[in-house]
Design a protein around this ligand. Sequence first.
Ligand code: ZN
Length: 95
Amino acid sequence: MSYCSNCKQPISNEADRCPHCNSLNSKIDGILAKEAAEAEKNSFKGQMKTVFQADDKKQALLLQLKRAQQALTKEVLFTFFIVFVFIFAMTLTVI
Ligand SMILES: [Zn+2]
């Protein structure tokens, strides 16, 4: 079951037109809205929103920090790898 984007009444997923207001309801609109919501959820703003909306704010904040730390660690490791490869290549060139 989905909802009309115009009048917010529940409508069948198969219906192309809303039976309440007769406005077009394409499935693409629903998919786009879902993807936008997902992207919003994964953005920094969305993550902050999740923290503020959570019942246990401390727990939610810790979870988000943990997630950020994991992402940072991967990035830092990659940077170290690049630096290491660069130094290795330089050393080989000198020798
Ligand atoms: Zn409608």
